[in-house]
Each structure stands twice: as C-alpha cells, then as structure tokens.
Design a protein. Structure first.
Length: 227
C-alpha cells in the first residue's frame, strides 16, 4: 500500500546542498507495523516526513493507496493527509485549552463531521486507549504516557490508512514506553491500521513486524520479524 521508489532528498542551506537520503526503495504492506531504525542524523525523520507528504523529495516517487503523492498540488496533498494519514509526535502536540475529548475530536471538526457523531467516536477511541474516564480533563491534568494515549486516539479518529509516529516514546520512561508500544500493537491487531514508527532504540524496533534500518541516508537493511 505504500511504495517508495528511488527517493533521494537533499536540503539546501547557506553552505550549499546537504544530501540526506540516497536512493531509498521500500514497500510497506497494509496492516503492517514497521519500525524505521537508525542513529541520530541517519535521515529517519526526513524519510517519515516525505512518506507522510509533509515535504516533497528532491527525486523519486511515493505511492500511497495507489496514488503518487509527489505529483499532488499542495492543496490536494493537504486534503490527502487529512483523510488518509495520521500523526503521532514525540511531544504529543495536544491543545492545552481543549479537553481530552475535544482534542481527539479536532480532526473531525476540520472535516465538518457533526458534533454528536464526533463526540461518540472520540469517547469510543478514548475507551480503547484506556482513558474513557478522563475525557473531560485537560492535557495538563494527565501524565506524559496518558497524553500520548490521547494523541494516539486523535490519530485514529479519521480512520487513516497509515499512521506515522516520530519517536512516540522519546519523552517517556521505559515502563510507560512499554505500555504505549503495547497499545499501538493492540490497535494494529484490532483495527488493522498500518503504523510506521521512527525510533533509535533497537529494543523498540524488535517489537515491530518489519524493521527498516537507515545508515547515513541509505537503507541498509529490511528485516521481517516474527512477533
Ligand atoms: N531543514 C534542514 N536543512 C538542512 N539539513 C537538514 C534539515 N533537516 C534535517 N537536516 C539534516 O539531515 C540529516 C538527517 O536529519 P533527520 O532529522 O532526518 O535525522 P534523524 O535520523 O531523524 O535524526 P534524529 O534521530 O536525531 O532525529 C541531518 O544531518 C540533519 O542535520
């Protein structure tokens, strides 16, 4: 469902051109849980942002659900992201003046879904991530792990075909990290959502079905695991 074909990327800055990714080719199947593993600066976030349609590559094609998103106009791309793609960030990115439930509902507000339907869906997802009882609280009243669960519920509310997560457990202690990974695995099993998760931790990557390893902008290993 997601193909990356001969993708290369370079940034331009005052010093000149900085090559970051070189000739990346990969395929991610529907429903897979994939880790993008590599050390700092290897290009993981750049590749994730390209696959999520947040930037366009210098070269190459990126196919999601049968469409080459590199060819999309900015407007078409924004619309495609809203309906097909979910995001989970290391720093949760919740709005502090909205309740947990309102945060989860937000993507549906932008899609014009009516309030009663939004509310019902948000509450169902909050229950799925174990936060049904906290729906009326504000982000500051939750722990980091709980806030990340809210952002996971928010990423799922539009029923995207793929969710991209950039170091989703980067701000959490080991025990909470394990809880979050377990929730993602459970949602992957129950909802068949495809997850692509950036991590620099081999222990996190080992728990995914597929591990893609980047080294200095090159894909050096694509490993399928039995988990
Ligand atoms: N906007 C930019 N302009 C110039 N260079 C950039 C830009 N963004 C990233 N880079 C460079 O691209 C390389 C890869 O960065 P990227 O953030 O993709 O790596 P990463 O593997 O996600 O690293 P980390 O684990 O530290 O987040 C780095 O050398 C970085 O300095």
């Amino acid at each position: 469902m997601l193909h990356v074909e001969h993708v290369s990327h370079a940034f331009r800055n005052a010093q000149g051109v900085v090559p970051v990714l070189q000739d990346i080719n990969l395929t991610i199947q529907e429903g897979q849980m994939v880790a993008l593993l590599g050390s700092s600066g290897s290009g993981k976030s750049t590749l994730l942002n390209l696959m999520a349609g947040l930037m366009k590559p210098t070269e190459g094609k990126i196919w999601i659900a049968g469409q080459d998103i590199v060819r999309f106009s900015e407007n078409r791309l924004a619309e495609f992201r809203r309906s097909h793609i979910g995001f989970i960030f290391q720093s949760y990115e919740l709005l502090s003046n909205l309740t947990i439930r309102e945060n989860v509902e937000l993507p549906l507000v932008f899609m014009g879904v009516r309030p009663s339907k939004r509310k019902e869906k948000a509450l169902r997802l909050l229950e799925q991530v174990g936060l049904g009882e906290k729906a009326g609280l504000f982000p500051s009243q939750l722990s980091g792990g709980q806030q990340q669960r809210v952002s996971i519920a928010r990423s799922l509310i539009t029923e995207p075909s793929v969710i991209f997560a950039d170091e989703p457990t980067g701000n959490l202690d080991t025990e909470t990290e394990e809880e979050i990974i377990a929730i993602l695995q459970q949602l992957n099993r129950e909802m068949k959502t495809t997850f692509v998760i950036v991590t620099h931790e081999a222990e996190v990557a080992e728990q995914m079905q597929v591990v893609l390893t980047l080294q200095q902008g090159k894909l050096v290993e694509q490993q399928a695991q039995s988990v």
